[in-house]
Design a protein. Structure first.
Length: 304
């Protein structure tokens, strides 16, 4: 129910526009398809993913000969869910933390302002609630505010934060964090990293160094690299996904601020374009406003 509420804006706008696109129409013609294309693009699904969806609908329309909004809704929802299924992109689960893998290391990347700190706080809260011992590491050392914000979240959740002063070497903070986590026999480490998009090589080098140094403590760290993207920023989110996936091996995404946007379609486009599953979506500023992404719920929330 909270997902419906969170995605209300996306839903309303998508559905309203969709209804308009087929209003007064008795069949799906070129005009309807053009309108649909425009709706998908303006909902930030992205051009190439939109064209893929339109193409599929064209194929089905020729075969199915359907009429009206309801059928179009149904077909659209089937095709979008199908797209997410194809690469197993919509079947995300929570992080699976093996019992014999201690500590489990999650490295979090993303630019400032996207909701990275908040997402880490929410995740730490979920893990703690599930009974895990969590340690956070403040390896986004470029801004003092980033470290302070993370400290506020660590205090709120009640988990330790390993930090150094602003401007210190991110790799050094990551190293300290892992050592501390090992010493405490912690279950899960969440490392906050790279908050600025310097040039591509700079980003790549910074993240590579953080990884390399972590591996001195735990050979296979990090176990996951989570990229946080702001779902309300549309094309910027695509651009950031491009840069971060080029710089390091991102294996899952969190898309934030889907409560405050009419552009939830970005989730569909990004997972399709980058073939990386969206694991979590942020639907508010509160500590509980992080949900495991569920493709059926998500697609349904557009069409209900
Ligand atoms: P960071 O700079 O990437 O670490 O960003 P922060 O975590 O500090 O978040 C930036 C702002 O976005 C803060 O005001 C957060 O409360 C807000 N924020 C983060 N996630 C969400 C979300 O899912 N929904 C909404 N509405 N706000 C969010």
């Amino acid at each position: 129910e909270s997902l419906d509420k969170g995605l209300e804006k996306s839903k309303t706008s998508f559905f309203t526009k969709l209804s308009k696109a087929v209003a007064g129409k008795s069949k799906v013609d070129d005009e309807v398809l053009d309108n649909l294309e425009e709706i998908l693009v303006s909902s930030d699904v992205g051009v190439s993913t939109t064209l893929k969806i339109i193409e599929r609908i064209e194929k089905r329309v020729a075969v199915d000969k359907f009429l009206g909004t309801e059928e179009l809704n149904q077909i659209l929802r089937e095709e979008i869910a199908g797209l997410l299924s194809e690469n197993n992109l919509g079947n995300a689960t929570e992080f699976e933390v093996p019992i014999n893998k201690k500590p489990y290391v999650i490295m979090v990347v993303g630019v400032n302002g996207v909701g990275k700190t908040t997402t880490i706080g929410k995740l730490a809260f979920q893990f703690k609630k599930a009974g895990y011992n969590v340690v956070l590491g403040a390896a986004d050392t470029f801004r003092a505010a980033a470290i302070d914000q993370l400290q506020i979240w660590a205090d709120r959740v009640g988990v330790p934060l390993v930090k150094q002063q602003m401007g210190s070497d991110p790799a050094s903070v990551a190293f300290d964090t892992l050592q501390s986590a090992v010493a405490q026999n912690a279950d899960i480490v969440i490392i906050d990293t790279a908050g600025r998009l310097h040039n591509k090589v700079g980003l790549m080098n910074e993240l590579a160094k953080v990884k390399k140094v972590m591996q001195k403590v735990i050979a296979d760290a990090p176990n996951d690299v989570l990229l946080v993207l702001d779902g309300s920023t549309g094309q910027n989110a695509f651009e950031q996904a491009k840069q971060f996936t080029a710089a390091t091996e991102v294996n899952c995404l969190a898309v934030t601020k889907l409560d405050g946007t009419a552009k939830g379609g970005v989730v569909i486009g990004i997972s399709d374009q980058f073939k990386i599953p969206v694991k979590y979506i942020g639907v508010g500023e509160g500590i509980e406003d992080l949900q495991v992404f569920n493709k059926f719920e998500f697609v349904d929330s557009f069409f209900k």
